[in-house]
Design a protein around this ligand. Structure first.
Ligand code: ATP
Length: 687
C-alpha cells in the first residue's frame, strides 16, 4: 500500500530532510517550503527525468530558460492581468480566508448526498438557491433562475423512479432494478437530472463572486474552520504577485507605479511564447517542433495547502509544442487532435514509468496504474481558448483524493495570436481577442511545404515539478511488516489504548465543564474525541494496522495527554522492530543511489576499503558512507529514504574482494566482486 495519509509523507519529509517549512525561525510563512538535502536531490532527479523524456529522447524539441520577470504587457495580452483571479471571502468570526467557489462547491456537493436525493429537502434546497439567484445582478440572475427551475423540474420528473430504486434497494430485488435501469424512460430521466445538476454546479461555481454575503448566510454556507456563516462580500483577487523594476515611490495605481510594475510569473509558458520566433529562427526549426522549460512559478493562492500540493511558490515543467493549423495539415500528417492525443499518451507513460519501481510485479503495476488517470475536461470546464484539455490526475491519500498533476491542452493559435501584431480581424473575432497594439512582432511562420505563412497552433503539456515530488513520494511510501508481532504484544497495545481512552474521556468531561464555566479548557473536546475515534479504528484493525498506530498517537487531539506521552516511546520502539518504512522510488529518482557501510567501524582495513568504494562511485552518482549504527539500523535508514542499493564491507571482503550488495525492495543480498560492482549497479540504477 502507498501512503495512507499526507501526514505520513510530511512527517518523513521533515524528519529525514526532504522538505522543511520556510523561514521557520520566524514562525514560517504560510505555504513556502524549503527543499533539504534529500528533497533537492529528488526534485532535481524528477526534473532530469522529465528533461530526458521531453527533450533528449525526441528530435523535435529544444530547451529554454526564460527570465522570471517579463514586461507587464505579456500578462496584459495573455489575459492574466484581467482574469487570473479567484473569488475570495473572509469569515467574519475567525478571519479565515477562503475561495468563494470552494465554499460554494462544498455546499453544493452536499446535494449529492443520498439523504438529499431521497427527501423533500431537495425542493427546499433549490428554492433557496433560486432566492439567491434573484439577488444577483443580470445576466447571472436570469440564467440562475432558469438553472434552478430546471433542476427542480428534472428532479420532480425523476423522483417517482428514485422512490422505486430505493424500494428495490431495500428488498434486494436486483433483477427489477436492472430492468428499470435499462428502461428508456429511466435513461431519459437520469440524463435530464444529470444535465441539470451539472449545469447547476457549473453555474454556481462560475458565479461564486455574484453570491452576496447575505446569500451565504441564507443558504447556511458555513466556515470550515469555525462553523460561522457570516462572511464578507466575495471579491475577485488576482493571483499574481506584484513587484516593481527600479525604485518607485508613487502610490499604487498611479501612472508611475503602473509603468514600473512587473509580476512574478504565474506560469512558465508565456516565456516560451515570447521566444517562439527566436528559437525557430536561430535553430531553423520546422513546424512541428516544441520548446521545453522548467522553472519557478508564483501564485498568491487564497487557500494553499495539502503540504506541497498547492503552494505559492512552485516549479513547473512545461512544453509548448507548435503544430500546423488544421487547414495546412497534409495527407498523412498528424492533425491537432492526433498531436494532442500523442502528448497525452507520452506524458501519461512518463508518470507511470517513474511511479513504478523495477521490483513491481504485474499486480503491483496494475495497482499503480489504477492510481493515475487521464480525465478529459468536459466542454463546460474548458478555458475559453482551449479546444480540448486532458488532465492527468493522481489519487492522493486521505481527503485530497484525485488531484491534477498535469494538464495537456490544445490551445489552438490563441497564445501566439494574442502576442502578435496585425492579426486578421476574423481571427481576432474567432479567438475573442482585441487587436494587440503593443507588440512589434508577428509570431507567424513561413511553412516551406505548405508554401504559406500562418500562426502555429500549440499543444501544451504542463506539469508541476514540486507536485510531482509529492506524487512520487506518496506512491513510493510503504510501511511493511518485517516481523509478525505476537498476540501478547498486540494485546499490550490494546490495553494501552484502553488506558488512554479512560484518561481522555475524563479530560473531555473536565474540558466541557471548563467551557460551561467560561474558563479556558486544557483540551479541545472535539479534537480529543476525533483522536479517540481514530485510535479505536486503528486498534480494531490490529495487527494489520500496526503501521498506523504512531500516526494516531500523533493526532493533534492526543497532544498533552499523559498516557500518550508515556506509551509512545516503547510503542515506537516496538513498532520499529516489527515494521520498516521504505520508499520504493524509481532508482533514477532516488536521492541517494548507493550507501556503503563497514561491518566493523573499528577495523581500519574494512573502513578504508568501504571508503574507497564510496569514493569510486561518488564521481558517478550520489553515494554516501555511513558507520554511525549497526548494519540493520543503517539498512532501515536507507530504506526510509529510498536508497536502491546498500553495500556492506566485511572480513570476507578483505580476503576475496567481494562485498554484500543488498537491494531495497526485496531486501535480497548478493555477494558481488568489487571489480564488478560498476557493471552490476549501473543497469540496475536505470540512470
Ligand atoms: P489547479 O487546478 O490545481 O489549481 P491549474 O489547473 O491552475 O491547477 P495549471 O495552470 O494547469 O494548473 O498548471 C499546471 C500544473 O502546475 C498543474 O497541473 C500542477 O501540477 C502545477 N501547479 C499549479 N498550481 C500549483 C500550485 N499552486 N502549487 C504547486 N503546483 C501547482
Amino acid at each position: 500500500m502507498p501512503a495512507k495519509s499526507l501526514e505520513q509523507v510530511r512527517n518523513l519529509c521533515m524528519r529525514r530532510g526532504f522538505v522543511f517549512p520556510g523561514s521557520a525561525a520566524y514562525g514560517g510563512v504560510a505555504s513556502f517550503w524549503d527543499y533539504g538535502p534529500l528533497g533537492v536531490e529528488l526534485l532535481n532527479n524528477v526534473k532530469k527525468a522529465w528533461w530526458q523524456d521531453a527533450v533528449y529522447a525526441r528530435d523535435d524539441m529544444d530547451g529554454l530558460d526564460a527570465a522570471v520577470l517579463m514586461s507587464r504587457k505579456v500578462w496584459q495580452h495573455s489575459g492574466h492581468e484581467a482574469t487570473f483571479s479567484d473569488p475570495m471571502v473572509d469569515c467574519k468570526k475567525c478571519r479565515s480566508r477562503f475561495r468563494a467557489d470552494d465554499l460554494v462547491g462544498a455546499w453544493v456537493s452536499s446535494v449529492r448526498d443520498e439523504d438529499m436525493l431521497t427527501s423533500e429537502t431537495w425542493s427546499k434546497h433549490f428554492k433557496a438557491h433560486e432566492r439567491v439567484c434573484q439577488a444577483m445582478p443580470e445576466p447571472a440572475r436570469s440564467q440562475g433562475v432558469a438553472v434552478m427551475r430546471e433542476i427542480l423540474a428534472a428532479h420532480e420528473a425523476w423522483w417517482p423512479l428514485g422512490k422505486l430504486f430505493l424500494k428495490f434497494d431495500a428488498s434486494g430485488d436486483e433483477s427489477a432494478k436492472r430492468e428499470m435501469v435499462a428502461d428508456s424512460d429511466t435513461v431519459k430521466a437520469n440524463q435530464r437530472l444529470k444535465a441539470a445538476t451539472d449545469a447547476h454546479h457549473k453555474f454556481i461555481t462560475e458565479n461564486a463572486v455574484a453570491f452576496t454575503a447575505a446569500s451565504f448566510t441564507a443558504c447556511e454556507v458555513t466556515c470550515p474552520k469555525c462553523g460561522s456563516n457570516e462572511f464578507t462580500e466575495p471579491r475577485q483577487f488576482n493571483l499574481m504577485f506584484q513587484s516593481h523594476v527600479g525604485p518607485v515611490s508613487a502610490a499604487a495605481g498611479t501612472d508611475e507605479e503602473a509603468a514600473a510594475r512587473v509580476y512574478l510569473r504565474p506560469e512558465t509558458a508565456q516565456g516560451i511564447f515570447m521566444n517562439f520566433a527566436h528559437v525557430q529562427r536561430s535553430l531553423a526549426r520546422k513546424v512541428p517542433f516544441g520548446i521545453a522549460q522548467i522553472g519557478k512559478a508564483f501564485r498568491n493562492e487564497i487557500t494553499p495547502g495539502n503540504f506541497i500540493f498547492r503552494t505559492r511558490e512552485f516549479e513547473q515543467m512545461e512544453i509548448e509544442f507548435f503544430i500546423k493549423p488544421p487547414q495546412f495539415v497534409a495527407e498523412g500528417e498528424k492533425n491537432d487532435e492526433q498531436w494532442h492525443e500523442e502528448w497525452v499518451q507520452q506524458r501519461y507513460r512518463w508518470w507511470l514509468r517513474y511511479a513504478t519501481p523495477p521490483s513491481a510485479g504485474n499486480e503491483d503495476m496494475e495497482r499503480i496504474a489504477a492510481r493515475f488517470r487521464k480525465r478529459a475536461q468536459a466542454a463546460d470546464e474548458l478555458a475559453h481558448y482551449a479546444k480540448a484539455t486532458t488532465d492527468i490526475e493522481y489519487l492522493f491519500p486521505g481527503a485530497l483524493g484525485w488531484g491534477e498533476i498535469e494538464g495537456v491542452a490544445n490551445r489552438t493559435d490563441f497564445d501566439l495570436s494574442a502576442h502578435s501584431k496585425d492579426v486578421p480581424e476574423e481571427d481576432l473575432k474567432r479567438l475573442k481577442l482585441e487587436a494587440n497594439k503593443d507588440s512589434n512582432e508577428k509570431f507567424d511562420y513561413f511553412d516551406p511545404d505548405a508554401k504559406a505563412r500562418y500562426i502555429p497552433w500549440v499543444i501544451e503539456p504542463s506539469a508541476g515539478a514540486t507536485r510531482a515530488v509529492l506524487t512520487f513520494l506518496c506512491e513510493a511510501y510503504h510501511e511493511e511488516l518485517v516481523k509478525e508481532p505476537t498476540k501478547q504484544e498486540i494485546d499490550q497495545i490494546k490495553s494501552d489504548a484502553a488506558m488512554i481512552r479512560k484518561n481522555a474521556e475524563k479530560k473531555i468531561k473536565d474540558a466541557r465543564k471548563d467551557i460551561e464555566a467560561g474558563k479556558e479548557p486544557k483540551h479541545q473536546p472535539d479534537k480529543v474525541e476525533a483522536f479517540l475515534n481514530q485510535l479505536d479504528d486503528v486498534v480494531s484493525r490490529l495487527p494489520a494496522s500496526l503501521d498506523e498506530v504512531l500516526l494516531a498517537l500523533d493526532h493533534e487531539g492526543a497532544q498533552n495527554l499523559e498516557p500518550v506521552k508515556k506509551f509512545r516511546p516503547p510503542t515506537e520502539k516496538f513498532i520499529e522492530e516489527c515494521t520498516r518504512t521504505v520508499l520504493r522510488l524509481h532508482p533514477a529518482l532516488a536521492p541517494i543511489k548507493l550507501a556503503v557501510f563497514p561491518l566493523k567501524k573499528n577495523k581500519p582495513e574494512i573502513v578504508e576499503l568501504a571508503k574507497s568504494i564510496k569514493q569510486k562511485f561518488q564521481k558517478h552518482f550520489r553515494t554516501v558512507y555511513d558507520d554511525s549504527a549497526g548494519i540493520g539500523r543503517l539498512y532501515r535508514r536507507q530504506d526510509e529514504i529510498g536508497t536502491p542499493f546498500c553495500i556492506t564491507v566485511d572480513f570476507e571482503s578483505l580476503e576475496d574482494g567481494t562485498v554484500t550488495v543488498r537491494e531495497r525492495d526485496s531486501m535480497a543480498q548478493e555477494r558481488v566482486a568489487i571489480d564488478e560492482l560498476h557493471d552490476y549497479l549501473l543497469p540496475r540504477l536505470e540512470l
